[in-house]
Design a protein around this ligand. Sequence first.
Ligand code: PXP
Length: 236
Amino acid sequence: MRFSLNIDHIATLRNARGEDEPDPIAIALLAEQAGVDGIVVHLREDRRHINERDVRLLRELITTKLDLEMAATEEIIRIACDVGPELATIVPERRQELTTEGGINVIDNIDKLKSAIKDLHNAGIMVSLFIEPHIDQIDAAAEIDADFIEIHTGVFANAVNEEEQFDELDKIRIAVKHAKKLGLGVNAGHGLDYQNIKIFREVPDIDEVSIGHAIIARAVFVGLKEAIHEMIRLIG
Ligand code: PXP
């Protein structure tokens, strides 16, 4: 299982002072040296953390893989096609939310997503859809030619007891198996941390996990390099 680091929080911290530090580009390069398999950023419509310049600099400087999380809007699709990340992960986006709150409903947005995937494919970019672990959503993702799905792990991460956690894990296992049968790559993310990854890593056939908050929070105590190494050791 590969591991990509989401660095949005570094940009949030930088923007809190309206100055240059901490620099998300420098953090991305340090994270690559520490062994992550890719860098993830979410270019939001309101630019509350990562901005367009960050994305363009990352594209020039990182040597692993750039995963651009994005809403399927005309403006962001145009920027993505111009920048050319290896992967575009389409997420739902609401201005009021603190963070992405759940998967996109592929069935309800099928025409918009089909057209976005076509445009991104024409620019040579692979596309992932961030979805709940539901069979009908996976079928719809395959139907409109997505390359990957990213399974929303927030419900698993926020489960209040073991039973709820294992129920959700079962749903995820079934979803992964189904997606693989349809030839989709499978990533996963949201709310994964140093505790729940010990259970989550047992799910077979996940290509990559995308983790942000837990790593950046841990880095405050032990430094980014150590925080990354600890997670890599857990993922195994
Ligand atoms: N994957 C997606 C699609 C996300 O929107 C986020 C949050 O930005 C993550 C993964 C990472 O979540 P977390 O910060 O909780 O690790």
